[in-house]
Design a protein around this ligand. Structure first.
Ligand SMILES: Cc1ncc(COP(=O)(O)O)c(C=O)c1O
Length: 389
């Protein structure tokens, strides 16, 4: 059993979450509950393998071999009921890199690309960085639960969208899309010949009543229309090691993608990232099952407290470790709300408006931390909200 209640001091480790507070929030006197990494150690099996490798002391160029591919293939088949062919896998330092390169490879300047807001900000940034146009299919919120407006989705595709960047499971609204929802989105993309770029980085962080379905696993036709971006980085807290991969069945698309990665010099993973990627998928399963229970308990704890002790409401969360909290009862929006959380609650959260204008009265709270940190953070938010009322 892993002790997920152990508190580690992450200060002075060059942690973005802990060491960049002054530059991001203009103060370091806050409790950080923002950036999507966890305050837990990675599984011991990963740490041991890295230490073992480090004892060798030589860090020359490193290949990716069949053992790594086997680990990925087994993981996807066992955990996500998705049997894939070895040849469909290709590698990338990170999922955001993959999104950027896929957009560059398969669309042209001025093309329209669809996203479902509020959504992880690099989705918009990746589109504008390549001078493509953002088209939004806003998610519909009712009673703290988000669904898709399919009429609007179809209309946007009809109007001439080239690609759709799907976030599945969705950050920040916490939805694990159902088979029916995925099927409808995929069928429409096939109908209008729209490329699906599916970011499934949160696929393993799904609560007990839900199942993640890779959109490409729905049918061969859908798979051939899809670029799937995956990674063990969120799941096992190894984002700093920069090892991720893509699954692309269609060989033409895969070759185009690889050509674009090559043109940027992105041809290999780092030595330690390779090890972590393999170990995560071969030896990390038990740790992950424990983690998901802990995250679900954390979610229940926060929902209970915020809803009993404040007028804040929490979006129904089916997966991820990112809680999307509606703060409209505070009567504050955007920057004012963000500043309130910094100045009054003394917590560092992600500001809702950075996910799109739909998020202006929301904050995103990262609950992947030990109990002690979580309780302290929630105490601060509750007290500030009560004092504001
Ligand atoms: C939906 C989503 N995609 C991508 C990333 C980042 O991926 P990477 O660090 O592999 O670029 C995150 C991190 O929070 C995320 O939530």
């Amino acid at each position: 059993m892993t002790n997920f209640n152990q508190v580690y001091d992450r200060n002075n480790t060059r942690s973005v979450k802990w060491d960049a507070l002054e530059s991001v929030f203009n103060t370091d006197d806050i409790l950080p509950m923002w950036v999507a990494d966890m305050d837990f150690q990675a599984p011991q099996a990963i740490n041991n393998a890295i230490i073992e490798r480090a004892k060798h002391g030589i860090y020359g160029y490193t290949t990716i071999d069949e053992d790594i591919e086997d680990a990925i293939m087994n993981w996807l088949e066992e955990r996500h009921a998705w049997p894939i062919d070895r040849s469909w896998i290709t590698y990338s330092p990170g999922v955001v890199t993959s999104l950027l390169i896929a957009i560059q490879a398969f669309t042209e300047r001025g093309d329209s690309i669809l996203i479902q807001t509020p959504v992880y900000p690099p989705f918009s940034n990746s589109i504008t960085a390549h001078e493509r146009n953002i088209v939004t299919n806003s998610l519909v919120e009712k009673d703290d639960y988000y669904t898709i407006d399919f009429d609007d989705f179809e209309q946007k595709l009809k109007d001439g969208v080239k690609a759709f960047v799907l976030c599945s499971p969705h950050n920040p609204v916490g939805r694990v899309w159902t088979k029916d929802e995925l099927q409808k989105m995929a069928d429409l993309c096939v109908k209008y010949d729209v490329l699906i770029i599916s970011d499934e980085i949160h696929c393993d962080l799904v609560f007990s009543d839900y199942t993640h379905i890779p959109i490409a696993s729905l049918s061969k036709e859908i798979s051939e229309q899809t670029i799937t971006c995956m990674s063990p980085s969120k799941t096992f807290n190894i984002a700093g090691l920069q090892a991720s991969y893509l699954v692309v069945e269609d060989s033409n698309k895969r070759n185009t993608l690889i050509e674009h990665f090559d043109k940027q010099g992105l041809t290999q993973l780092n030595t330690i990232g390779n090890i972590a990627l393999e170990k995560a998928y071969t030896d990390g399963g038990e740790w992950l099952d424990e983690l998901v229970h802990v995250l679900e308990d954390h979610k229940n704890y926060v929902v209970n407290r915020l809803e009993k002790e404040t007028d804040l409401t929490v979006t129904k969360m089916e997966g991820t470790y990112l809680l999307w909290v509606n703060c409209s009862s505070l009567g504050l929006q955007s920057e004012e709300l963000h500043e309130f959380m910094i100045q009054k609650a003394r917590v560092g959260l992600n500001a809702g408006h950075s996910y799109g204008e739909e998020g202006s009265s929301y904050v995103r709270i990262n609950i992947a931390c030990p109990n002690e940190t979580l309780i302290e953070g929630i105490n601060r938010i509750v007290t500030a909200a009560q004092n504001k009322a």
